[in-house]
Design a protein around this ligand. Structure first.
Ligand code: IPD
Length: 274
C-alpha cells in the first residue's frame, strides 16, 4: 500500500504536470529567462512549482521546501526535519525546444536523505515512485535495475552541462574509455528521467557532473530502491540533498556497473578534475 505522503506527492506531481501540458503548445508566448549561462527557466517552471508546492503545503504545511525556482522556504513552524525537494520541470531545455522528454520530480527528505520519491512524465503518463525500504514502482508495477555484470555492451546516459564546459576535455577522455566497451551513450536531457530509466532497467547506467539536489533527489531513491547503487565520482555517498549545493556528481547503476563506471571515471582522470 502506498504511503500517505506518496499519494500527496503524486497529486502534486500531476497538478504540476497538467500546467506543463497546458502550456507546451504555446512555447512562443512564454517568457524565458537565462538564469545562468545557457541555463533557462520559463514562467511555466514557476507556475508548475507554485501548483506543486500548494498541494504539498495543503497536506504538510510544517515541512520545509527546496524548489528549483523558489529556493529554500521554511515550514509553517520554522525549521523542519522534513524537506520537499522539487524540480517542477526537469528537462527545461527539452521542453522549451518542444523535445518531448521532461518530467516533474519531487522528493521528501528526512534530514539529508530522501525517504519518498516521485518522478512523473506527463507525456507518457509514466509515474515512478519509491519509498525507502519499500522498493520502486512504475505505474504501480515493481521495477528493478538491470542484471548486466559489467560495462561491456551497456547503454550509459550522461550529460554535457553548460556549467561543466571547463572539464569537457576530461569528460571526453572518460567517454572514450566508456565507449571502448559500452554499446552506446544516451543524452536524454532530464537527469530525473535518466535516473528513473536506470531504476526501470531501461538504461544500464548514468553519470553526470553539475547536477543540483532537485535534479536527483527523487531519482536517486528510485535507483536505490530498484536495487541499484548511487555514488559520486570518487565512489563516495552523495552529500545531503535537502540543501542547495552546486556541482554535485552522480553515478548510478546496478552495483557492479556503478563500480565499473566509477573505476573508469577515476582511471581516465575525470574524477581528478574536480
Ligand atoms: C537539467 C536537466 C539536465 C541535466 C542538468 C539539469 P533542469 O535540469 O536535468 O538533463 O543535464 O544537469 O540541470 O534545469 O531542466 O531542471
Amino acid at each position: 500500500m502506498q504511503q500517505p505522503a506518496v499519494n500527496i506527492m503524486v497529486k502534486a506531481a500531476r497538478a504540476g504536470g497538467n500546467i506543463l501540458l497546458r502550456h507546451m503548445h504555446r512555447l512562443d508566448a512564454l517568457n524565458v529567462v537565462e538564469k545562468d549561462r545557457m541555463d533557462y527557466a520559463s514562467e511555466v517552471d514557476r507556475l508548475a512549482e507554485v501548483a506543486v508546492v500548494k498541494e504539498l503545503r495543503r497536506a504538510y504545511p510544517e515541512y520545509a521546501v527546496l524548489g528549483e525556482e523558489g529556493g529554500e522556504q521554511k515550514g509553517s513552524r520554522g525549521a523542519s526535519r522534513y524537506t520537499w525537494v522539487i524540480d517542477p520541470l526537469d528537462g527545461t531545455s527539452n521542453y522549451l525546444h518542444g523535445y518531448p522528454h521532461w518530467c516533474v520530480s519531487i522528493a521528501l527528505c528526512e534530514g539529508p536523505e530522501p525517504v519518498h520519491g516521485v518522478v512523473f512524465d506527463p507525456l507518457r503518463n509514466e509515474l515512478f515512485t519509491a519509498s525507502r525500504g519499500s522498493g520502486a514502482q512504475l505505474n504501480d508495477k515493481r521495477i528493478r535495475v538491470v542484471e548486466r555484470k559489467d560495462l561491456a555492451g551497456a547503454t550509459v546516459a550522461t550529460c554535457f552541462h553548460p556549467r561543466e564546459r571547463g572539464r569537457l576535455a576530461a569528460q571526453f577522455d572518460c567517454l572514450r574509455q566508456v565507449m571502448s566497451v559500452a554499446e552506446d551513450v544516451r543524452r536524454g536531457g532530464s537527469a530525473a528521467l535518466d535516473l528513473a530509466y536506470v531504476a526501470a532497467g531501461r538504461s544500464d547506467a548514468y553519470f553526470e557532473a553539475g547536477v543540483q539536489a532537485w535534479d536527483i533527489a527523487a531519482g536517486m531513491l528510485l535507483v536505490r530502491e530498484a536495487g541499484g547503487k548511487v555514488t559520486d565520482y570518487r565512489g563516495a555517498a552523495i552529500g545531503p540533498v535537502h540543501v542547495a549545493m552546486q556541482g554535485r556528481q552522480i553515478i548510478a547503476g546496478n552495483v557492479r556497473i556503478a563500480d565499473a563506471l566509477q573505476k573508469t571515471i577515476a582511471a581516465s582522470g575525470y574524477a581528478a578534475a574536480f
